[in-house]
Design a protein around this ligand. Structure first.
Ligand code: GLU
Length: 330
């Protein structure tokens, strides 16, 4: 799928945005992450320093991309958004809330601390929460659950060929000590009920799906469009649950930067350790950004900068009050 050049003025603005952020200083750059290698400092980075793409997909199906917007990277934590949606569709709000809360945790994404008051993970955007939602996917066994996850992600992205990268998956499984410990601890608390190794593998397999910025922006645009993919017209999630997902993204989606993000950028978003960020402007468009250089919180440095600027220039903050045609004026 190429990009639909609908309004060259927007293309030009995006290209200009991309170029400026590609060349900008990155004072908050702290680390990179690669499956199998783990975190490593910026001085050990190679060509990944320059990897950077951004894509916008509107709710009427227009696609605008700049830079490496077709370069693939592992979905990682971004998968949590969509599996949470599946659990909601399968069981409804009340039942899902019994197993996973909607409170920002104030702890790291891979923390072993749970909401003791309710005996559940704090929210579905941390690893323990994603293990809980993955455990809830309605299916007879591993294969059926995986096919459902893969298929649903494909509807969001308008790409039925989305599949895990087996090499990345193997690396994730090899380095899974902490996630495995989390899953077993959760079982001991009665927070997950299925075969632990299956739930763990389903979680890490969803993290291992390669996507590009256009996929991310399309997935975000599907959420912006009430759950129906604006390119294919296929429904990825029932409309009432989109609100739940966006609320949790807004409060918990950006690691330990979530509060500041909500304050400064003011749009529901989720980031992952591979350097991807997806952001949703309800009723308008979805944003997908990728650049693997991370700050101390684990968010993409260029990804944050681009979203901050887009929010500012287009008046996207949920509590801002800007005119409708800001997209062209900015
Ligand atoms: N596979 C990673 C993990 O579970 C994803 C983490 C992330 O992107 O936040 O540790």
């Amino acid at each position: 799928m190429g990009k639909g050049h609908v309004d060259p003025r927007i293309d030009d603005k995006l290209e200009e945005l991309y170029r400026r952020h590609l060349d900008a200083e990155e004072p908050t750059l702290a680390k990179y992450y690669t499956p199998g290698r783990g975190y490593y400092p910026p001085e050990l980075a190679g060509e990944e320093r320059d990897h950077f793409g951004v894509c916008l997909v509107s709710t009427d199906g227009q696609v605008y991309g700049a830079g490496d917007y077709e370069l693939r990277f592992a979905l990682q934590s971004l998968s949590k958004v969509f599996v949470y949606g599946m659990a909601l569709c399968d069981h409804g709000r009340e039942r899902v809330l019994e197993n996973v809360g909607v409170e920002p945790s104030g702890n790291a994404f891979n923390s072993l601390v749970f909401d003791e008051r309710y005996n559940r993970p704090f929210n579905p955007m941390v690893n323990s929460g994603a293990l809980a939602t993955t455990d809830l996917i309605a299916a007879e066994g591993y294969t059926e659950a995986w096919e459902r996850i893969r298929g649903t992600f494909g509807v969001y992205a308008a790409d039925d060929t989305l599949e895990a990268d087996e090499e990345i998956f193997r690396e994730e499984m090899r380095d899974a000590d902490r996630n495995r410990a989390t899953a077993y601890l959760m079982r001991s608390y009665g927070m997950i009920g299925r075969e632990v190794e299956n739930t763990l593998a389903l979680y890490l397999r969803q993290c291992s799906i390669p996507v590009n910025c256009q996929d991310l922006a399309t997935m975000a645009a599907t959420l912006a469009n009430g759950g129906t993919n604006p390119i294919t017209g296929r429904q990825a999630i029932e409309r009432p649950y989109v609100r739940d997902i966006l609320s949790v993204m807004y409060t918990c989606g950006m690691y330990d930067f979530a509060g500041q993000w909500a304050y400064e950028v003011g749009i529901p978003a989720k980031s992952g350790v591979s350097g991807g960020i997806l952001a949703v402007i309800p009723g308008k468009f979805g944003i997908g950004v990728f650049s693997p250089g991370l700050d101390v919180q684990g968010n993409s440095v260029r990804g944050i900068a681009v979203c901050e600027e887009l929010s500012d220039r287009l008046g996207l903050h949920v509590f801002a009050n800007e005119s409708e045609d800001a997209l062209l004026q900015a």
